[in-house]
Design a protein around this ligand. Structure first.
Ligand SMILES: Nc1nc2c(c(=O)[nH]1)N[C@H]1C(S)=C(S)[C@@H](COP(=O)(O)O)O[C@H]1N2
Ligand SMILES: [Mo]
Length: 224
């Protein structure tokens, strides 16, 4: 199911390598090497801890998808393996929270202090995964060990690495973003070029492109 032959989304250009990339919040962060992990689920309810064993009860899902950073680089055909966020929510979380509680948004938080949110209607789509493997190997520190979000229809900044905690929010407006508001679109759908707010995506394309090289350099200082 390789999709080499399909055109890339508007404004994107293919890269031949998959760089470690980020907004530079913790450029020297190295994920703890462990075969075990747990994930905290928080909200207006008793906190829930999901262990590796809890997740392993869910059906394993394998997909091949392209990855699109908002700064316009794309890397194609990555094999991800993990669990549908929808299954995590429906099977492991929902039964443990009050039935009348309407969750509208998730805030995903990384071990490196990075965070990014998705509306529930986007986050529960079939292609949104919580992955622990990439290209048949356990997730590397570079690409988000031990667990990361993969949301192929949304720009890279929604694909939170080193996932530590998910906040379940009842109010869409209740959180502050790490990025300046204009850089953090509520949905960030690649198909509609929702790169940011206020400024159209096709303009941001040209503003972001010159930042790719320095972004890669900043995030890879501790390498080699
Ligand atoms: N925890 C965490 N997740 C993150 C980031 C980060 O700095 N920390 N950067 C985001 C951005 S902007 C992009 S493009 C992708 C990059 O993923 P990669 O490093 O696997 O290429 O991760 C996203 N998720
Ligand atoms: Mo990005």
């Amino acid at each position: 199911m390789r999709n080499n032959h399909q055109a890339l989304p508007i404004g994107q250009r293919e890269r031949q390598d998959f760089p470690r990339f980020g907004i530079g919040i913790s450029p020297n962060f190295v994920a703890p090497i462990t075969d075990d992990y747990s994930l905290q689920i928080a909200g207006n309810f008793e906190p829930i801890t999901l262990t590796k064993k809890d997740l392993s009860q869910l059906p394993r899902v394998d997909t091949i998808s392209d990855f699109h950073c908002v700064t316009t680089w794309s890397y194609r055909n990555i094999h991800w393996s993990g669990f549908r966020l929808k299954d995590v929510y429906e099977i492991l979380i929902k039964p443990q929270i009050p039935t009348d509680m309407a969750i509208k948004k998730f805030m995903f938080r990384g071990l490196d202090k990075y965070k990014s949110s998705l509306l529930v209607e986007d986050a529960l789509a079939d292609d949104i995964l919580l992955v622990d493997m990439m290209d048949n190997e356990p997730l590397s520190s570079k690409h988000g060990a031990p667990l990361r979000i993969i949301a192929p229809a949304h720009y890279g900044y929604k694909n939170v690495k080193h996932l530590r905690k998910i906040d379940c929010l009842e109010d869409v407006a209740s959180t502050r973003s790490l990025l300046p508001r204009m850089m953090d679109h509520e949905r960030a759908r690649v198909e509609y070029e929702e790169r940011g707010r206020f400024i159209p995506g096709w303009i941001l394309r040209y503003l972001y492109r010159p930042l790719i090289a320095s972004g890669i350099r900043r995030m890879n200082k501790s390498d080699s």
